[in-house]
Ligand binder design. Structure first.
Ligand SMILES: CC(C)(COP(=O)(O)OP(=O)(O)OC[C@H]1O[C@@H](n2cnc3c(N)ncnc32)[C@H](O)[C@@H]1OP(=O)(O)O)[C@@H](O)C(=O)NCCC(=O)NCCS
Length: 124
């Protein structure tokens, strides 16, 4: 799944005395920039690094894209992060994690089934 987007994505690493968080974004057309992946080193989560990366993306792309979008499993570990950063749920792709992976994926004790999309407007 990652190979499908890695060579068309742009990767950023947040360096604060060593890499603390990374993300990969792709151009999805129609003014939509999608966060394909975002991760903070497990030892440094909940310290603001993920939010700092989101703010970096907003500042960098606000003049060239309409919408910052993220797709994620309906997980208690990721959806609240995006919501705290100002994203709103927009749509889902039903059974995405069943249809695209050959094994069940669990996160925070919950099986991921649908892909949840969240968006943040970059322009007024
Ligand atoms: C999701 C992830 C990137 C968040 O990064 P982070 O650096 O820990 O996030 P921050 O410290 O910047 O948190 C920003 C806000 O989100 C909130 N938040 C982060 N994780 C949360 C969670 N699991 N539940 C509730 N709120 C959460 C923080 O409390 C903070 O809110 P506040 O500033 O209003 O108090 C990180 O947990 C991670 O790497 N997870 C594993 C990889 C992953 O699941 N990536 C997403 C898939 S695309």
């Amino acid at each position: 799944m990652i190979d499908r987007y890695l060579d068309r994505g742009t990767m950023y690493a947040l360096d604060d005395h060593g890499v603390k968080a990374i993300c990969v974004v792709t151009d999805e057309g129609d003014g939509i920039l999608e966060i394909k992946n975002i991760a903070t080193h497990p030892d440094y989560q909940r310290k603001g690094y993920g939010r700092a990366l989101i703010q970096f993306l907003i500042d960098t792309y606000k003049d060239t894209y309409r919408i910052l979008q993220a797709g994620t499993g309906d997980s208690p570990l990721t959806v609240p992060f995006y919501e705290r950063c100002g994203f709103k749920r927009t749509h889902i792709i039903k059974n995405f994690f069943i249809d695209h992976y050959d094994h069940p994926i669990y996160e925070g004790g919950i099986q991921l089934i649908d892909m949840v999309y969240l968006q943040l407007p970059l322009q007024e």
